[in-house]
Design a protein around this ligand. Sequence first.
Ligand code: G
Ligand code: G
Ligand code: MN
Ligand code: NA
Length: 255
Amino acid sequence: LELAADLQRALLENQFAIEYQPVVDLATSRVTAVEALVRWWRGSAFVPPELFLGPAEDTGLIVPLSEWILREACREVATWHASSWKIGLSLNLSARQIMAPRFVESVESALSESGLPPSALTLEVIEEMLVEDAEEIVNRLSELRELGVRLAIDDFGTGYASLALLRQLPVDMIKIDPSFVSGLGRDETLTLLTRTIVRLGHDLGLIVVAEGIERPEQLELLREMGCTRGQGFLVARPMAARGVDSLMHSDMPSM
Ligand code: G
Ligand code: G
Ligand code: MN
Ligand code: NA
């Protein structure tokens, strides 16, 4: 596969970058965390993650790539902590990454080498990851959680077993899928479902994050529903670390 060889070279030649999308506390409009999102600039061409993450997973290159993202993101977020800006870091995981022989150790060493406290790190999983090797994946994630790392269910509500997953995994957070948030104020059913997910999350003692906020009306409804946090293009787009620097200690102008 041509892309596989390209991916290998891209790793060696440092063609990958990380963007950070701010996540805000809806009550205060302050940035409370960032989600790391991998970017590949192949020469001057941008290759979307949807195109290379699948092949990276199939070839196993996802393991060294994810390891690099983990270390780099912990290091960058730790520099904000060093400036007394104690924001959280969310990372998207892949099943193959979790099943790699030294996954738990790699997370522990990224934390200890960067100095980032475990409680600042949230690992995002989607339920499709638990289709195979579910028991081992749950064990490894639970082990990290016992060290203080937080767990989140990403794309909550879209899978066939979102509710069952809440019983399997000891999670701290759910991230409401943009397919619900998109309908806020426009579609009665989606608005009701979003409200119900927010309430469910709160009743379970979880942090609830709404993703894909693009319109002021969505923000207003989510605040009224008491949703904890928000993320989306209206709030802030994914940006380089330098862009995040400029948001330190300030509230978001778009809010
Ligand atoms: O941010 P963006 O739309 O480019 O992300 C596209 C998809 O790629 C999303 O599903 C996101 O979860 C996934 N993704 C982005 N960065 C990473 C990463 O570092 N690791 C993994 N496994 N998935 C990622
Ligand atoms: O699957 P996951 O939630 O990790 O995906 C994150 C992806 O969603 C990233 O690629 C990011 O660029 C994208 N994203 C973030 N905010 C918005 C938004 O408001 N609208 C849309 N369409 N995509 C968004
Ligand atoms: Mn995510
Ligand atoms: Na999501």
